[in-house]
Design a protein around this ligand. Sequence first.
Ligand code: PLP
Length: 371
Amino acid sequence: MNTHAYSTWLEVDLGAIKNNIQQIKRLTQTEVMAVIKANGYGHGVLEVARAAAEAGATWCGVARMEEALNLRAAGLASEMMVLGYTPPALIPEAIKNKIHVAIYDVEMARAYAAQARRTEGRLKAHLKIETGMGRLGMSPEEAPFFLEDTQSLNQIEITGIFTHFARADEPQSGATEAQLFVFNQLLEKLKKASLLPGMVHAANSAAVINFPQAYFDLVRPGIAVFGLDPSPSTQLPEGFRPALTWKARLTSLQTLPPGHGVSYGSVYVTSQEERIGVIPVGYGDGFRRLSGQEVLCQGQRVKVVGRVCMDQSMLQLDAVPEASAGDEVVLLGKQGDEEIAAGELAERWETINYEVVCGLADRLPRVYFDE
Ligand SMILES: *Cc1c(COP(=O)(O)O)cnc(C)c1O
């Protein structure tokens, strides 16, 4: 892995991605759709998609058609599904590229059918059911009529049926059982009427951990693929590994006299002679402009002092006298015996680990290795 050309970069362990897919397969014994929307949760979508496929994820799921088309253009051959909304104008492309779409209302199906008529092929679609998420989905009451009607449509083949959980990371809430009850009732009804589509799916990462009764024919984990916990209350079992490390190089060190301001606004002022280092990382990279942050240097936690700038941040390095220019600093991940997990950054930034990794800027080079 050659990182000499970079001053800050992300290292992505594709071995961890593969391991995590294998863990999910072992746990669920079902087919796996690796959900890799938002640039593979910030990890870089193409390499992650390839690693997931290599490890046995037969499907990949994205949020938007552009994401799926880019993966196809790069040669990814897996079954592919767009989980969110697809504009009708992109339906011919979906058909040509064998990408499954989500359908959740009748008007949408009509618009898709009209677009599909312009091509030779048939659109493959999964019907999304509203069972409690309150986001996208057809009501369970409407679904049987819809499926009966679409059976006669030449342009659309309903290949799957699915739903999404709102609170699968809160197993005590009873909410997932309630959603499953609604979903199962519908599945039963459809089975009796011979209207049940081929593939049934529901489980996100939290349900993979907490709800084996939600596995059905395929599971749809996202965050778990990256070795990150679905929430502080629903943690991954032993054996999963985080894939991401965020590094930067110390680009400058200086000893400032007492009473010297550091960074914009001089909100930090040295109280004695202090050794202040600079890393070329700022809010333009997805690092937050907050006080009280820490990074790892020489295997120790050091404080970020003064305001975080767009491209740079300052470190208080008195605790690590051996630090010198060019040293690697870790913002997320392990260094020596210390670790800053995505969950720690999430807590610091008052958000969730999902947003931490999705917010890593495009300009950060992603470097891949496999061990
Ligand atoms: C994002 C998403 C997932 C994956 O969720 P995780 O919590 O990351 O496992 C699964 N299904 C749908 C419909 C999604 O939008």
